[in-house]
Design a protein around this ligand. Structure first.
Ligand code: FES
Ligand code: MG
Length: 571
């Protein structure tokens, strides 16, 4: 029995408060010895039938419980808000910070000593990590794991990535609506997250690279029995982490974030990782800036998965998964020493890592693409930055000057993009305003707006698109995202007019609006923000306090952490 363990302030008391805390828990049939001072492990579960990607987490929670009991701990599962990326309007991202608040306050208010975070779908992983980091109790991640490869008409099809392709094919008249509908069932064949290298698998890969999960967590398919075993092992390990007092702040150092940036480049990870890593760094108090993402720009693309490559997560798993990527980063001097949930160095994750398919996981000597990391762009159109993902872009468009065609709102874009008389060519630059954190609100994944139908019919499949929004991690194209400040916050993006010339240079890291300063000043004087969409509730709180993309779009009052014990009792 450990006297100073956190849970003793709940379950170790011999007064009326201790009676209350224990007695009500005992209504679930827990015996006396569950309260004898052993580590109490919270299992923070984002399971929900409205988050299909996380629908396997109930099973995994049982696996975690086996491991916790085996190691002499006492597991208690609790639900938190679940964010179903494909189901929530206006965007799950509006609620990432709300989930983080839910996680943080649940961990702090209850008498637990450590926590296992069960998440998977895009916003659930960062939301849970942000919340846990702000309390800083020992914490470890078990991810949902990817769905099995999509299969349709004898071919592999990838979550998201092939939806965008099929949808363009329908618009181009190359695919029937019947086939389009039939492909739905083939795309999502099992529990789990998107099996492309979308945001969910990106975040799981970066969690592994940062050492916040056990090795192999990222790629094991959701329904692979080995994921259940990994959950069991994670339950055992969190009990030891509590004994060792190994906390997120010991693991989430600046070096961990740099390792994540390198890994994101090597796996061809989602642009969404940028806002999530920046927000998480803000919680733990690590200095991380948008420009740090340029550190990964020379890293080649090793993982040949959609949307940047051709395979899927199941293939990545069978080829060896993240340990092989981390081994290559280590061997080329790109993996910084850093503590993991195992207590040792991240290099231990590469022990015995072997690549079983050199076409799925390529090498530094023969990569899918050289220099694949994200590029940060700046200029008078994005004074505080914007990003582009070269691995998913068309090379020649990364150096381009063209005429802007502006959509003032998402409704404007949807109503007009397919007009036959839309005055655009393949060299035009589509600009979408009002889709930033404050504008939409919630910074949705609409930055990869569709190619105008008249151009799709001519075979155009990519053109430059610029916005203050994000795009799905499964999406592709020469899409410039996260322009900051956003238009609704008075950023210069709000001043762009159709016909303006814009110059993009990924190699120079620049994004310029070629309009004279006096003209921009005049436009600024005439500019008015859109009226707010929300005037009450969480969404109002969000709009009033959300930070811009380069600060991770966290709420300003949530930055940092509070690790003080809660001393006041409920009765
Ligand atoms: Fe949930 Fe892709 S939509 S992981
Ligand atoms: Mg997404």
């Amino acid at each position: 029995m450990t006297k100073d363990r956190r849970n003793r302030a709940w379950y170790g008391k011999l007064d009326k408060d201790g009676f209350i805390h224990r007695s009500w828990m005992k209504n679930q049939g827990f015996p006396d010895h569950a309260f004898d001072g052993r580590p109490i492990i919270g299992i923070c579960n984002t399971w929900s039938e409205l988050t299909p990607c996380n629908s396997g987490l109930r099973d995994l929670a049982e696996g975690v419980k086996r491991g916790v009991w085996e190691a002499g701990g006492f597991p208690v599962e609790f639900p938190v808000m679940s964010l179903g990326e494909t189901q929530m309007k206006p965007t799950a991202m509006l609620f990432r910070n709300l989930l983080a608040m839910d996680v943080e306050e649940s961990i702090r208010a209850y008498g637990i000593d450590g926590v296992v975070l069960l998440g998977g779908c895009d916003k659930t992983t960062p939301g849970q990590l942000m919340g846990a980091a702000s309390v800083d109790l020992p914490a470890i991640v078990v991810s949902s794991g990817p769905m099995l490869n999509g299969k349709w008409q004898g071919k592999d099809i990838g979550s998201g990535t092939d939806v965008w392709k099929f949808s363009e094919a329908v618009r181009a008249g190359e695919m029937t609506l019947q086939d389009f509908m039939a492909a739905e069932s083939g795309m999502s064949r099992s529990k789990g997250v998107c099996m492309t290298m979308g945001t969910a698998s990106t975040m799981a890969s970066l969690v592994e690279a940062m050492g916040m999960s056990l090795p192999t967590n990222a790629a094991l398919p959701a329904v692979d029995a080995r994921r259940m075993a990994l959950a069991h092992l994670t339950g055992k390990r969190i009990v030891e982490m509590v004994e060792e007092e190994l906390k997120p702040s010991d693991i989430l150092t600046r070096d961990a974030f740099i390792n994540a940036i390198m890994a994101n480049a090597a796996v061809g990870g989602s642009t969404n990782a940028v806002v999530h890593l920046l927000a998480l760094a803000g919680r733990v108090g690590v200095e991380l800036t948008l420009d740090d993402f340029n550190l990964g720009s020379d890293i080649p693309l090793l993982v040949n998965c959609m949307p940047s490559g051709k395979y899927l997560m199941e293939d990545f798993c069978y080829a060896g998964g993240m340990p092989v990527v981390l081994r290559q980063l280590a061997e080329t001097g790109h993996l910084r020493p850093n503590t993991t949930v195992l207590g040792g160095d991240i290099r231990a994750y590469t022990d015995g890592a072997e690549c079983f398919n050199g076409d799925v996981i390529k090498s530094f000597a023969d990569p899918v693409k050289p220099a694949a990391g994200l590029r940060v762009l700046r200029g008078n159109l994005a004074p505080n930055g914007a990003i582009v993902k070269p691995s998913a872009a068309t090379d020649h468009l990364l150096e381009h000057e063209g005429e802007a065609y502006v959509f003032d709102t998402i409704e404007d874009m949807k109503a007009n993009i397919d007009r036959d008389d839309l005055p655009v060519t393949k060299d035009s630059i589509l600009v979408l305003k009002g889709v930033g954190p404050k504008g939409y609100p919630g910074m949705p994944e609409v930055g990869n707006m569709p190619i105008p139908r008249k151009l799709v019919r001519d075979g155009v499949r990519d053109m430059i698109r610029i916005s203050d929004g994000r795009m799905s991690g499964t999406a592709f194209g020469t899409v410039i995202l996260h322009v900051s400040p956003e238009s609704q916050a008075g950023g210069p993006l709000g001043l762009v007019q159709t016909g303006d010339r814009i110059r993009v240079s990924a190699s120079a890291g620049s994004l310029d609006l070629l309009v004279a300063e006096e003209e921009l000043q005049a436009r600024r004087r005439a500019w008015l923000p859109e009226p707010p969409h929300y005037t009450r509730g969480y969404a109002k709180l969000y709009v009033d306090s959300v930070l811009q993309a380069e600060q991770g779009a966290d709420l300003d009052f949530l930055v940092g952490k509070d690790t003080r014990p809660v001393t006041r009792e409920s009765h």
